[in-house]
Design a protein around this ligand. Structure first.
Ligand SMILES: [Fe+2]
Length: 208
């Protein structure tokens, strides 16, 4: 049966029969860029940018997944608020993942995609599988943001040096600003302030 399907394909005969279980060599290996892309950017520039963007992509996919883990596993008095906030940030990271991956493809490269490859590539520390306290969840997320923010600033400067203005603008306007804003929202949860009763003024406390 398989032989017959292949024969039909080889001879170009039209058929309503689907062709299953096909395989063929890759059309472009990972780590390469297409030679002919009419962007006015030389191949070495696109090669370096796609390699660096793939590193950023792996880290962003890891942060995205860390947000979903936090969304599911959060516990405590602030459960509902953080459950929603973590999912909002997750969705914003999903948008960034797609935009970074498509920037790699646009530059003629091959974007990293699968979890096993991402795990081998990311610079973000692997969290345990189990649940952790809220301050630990927040700290992990902030550490991951820090990795991404530092590499994004560095990469944005490099893109400008190499004349890749599109990558520079994307990295600053979308990746950097989104991550900076999310850092603010997380950080404010780690400020220790009274929930119910304000602290006594110092003079009153001294007189008591
Ligand atoms: Fe959910």
């Amino acid at each position: 049966m398989l032989r017959k399907q292949n024969h039909e394909r080889d001879t170009g005969d039209a058929s309503a029969q689907p062709h299953f279980h096909q395989s063929a060599p890759e059309i472009q290996p990972y780590g390469t860029v297409s030679h002919l892309i009419p962007l006015g950017l030389e191949e070495p520039v696109r090669l370096e940018m796609t390699e660096q963007l793939n590193g950023l992509l792996a880290d962003t996919m890891t942060l995205r997944d860390l947000y979903k883990k936090s969304h599911w596993q959060v516990a405590g008095a602030t459960f509902y608020q953080l459950h929603l906030l973590f999912d909002k940030h997750y969705n914003e990271q999903v948008e960034l993942v797609d935009a970074i991956a498509e920037r790699v493809q646009l530059l003629g490269g091959v974007s990293i995609a699968m979890a096993a490859d991402v795990a081998e590539t990311t610079r973000i520390a692997r969290p345990p599988r189990g649940r952790e306290e809220v301050p630990v969840q927040l700290s992990r997320l902030l550490d991951a943001h820090q990795v991404i923010i530092l590499e994004t600033r560095k990469l944005a400067r490099r893109a400008m040096e190499m004349g890749d203005d599109g990558s520079n603008d994307f990295l600053v306007s979308e990746v950097l600003r989104t991550n900076e804003l999310q850092v603010w929202f997380l950080s404010e949860h780690l400020v220790k302030v009274p929930l119910v009763e304000a602290r006594k003024p110092l003079s009153a406390a001294g007189a008591a």
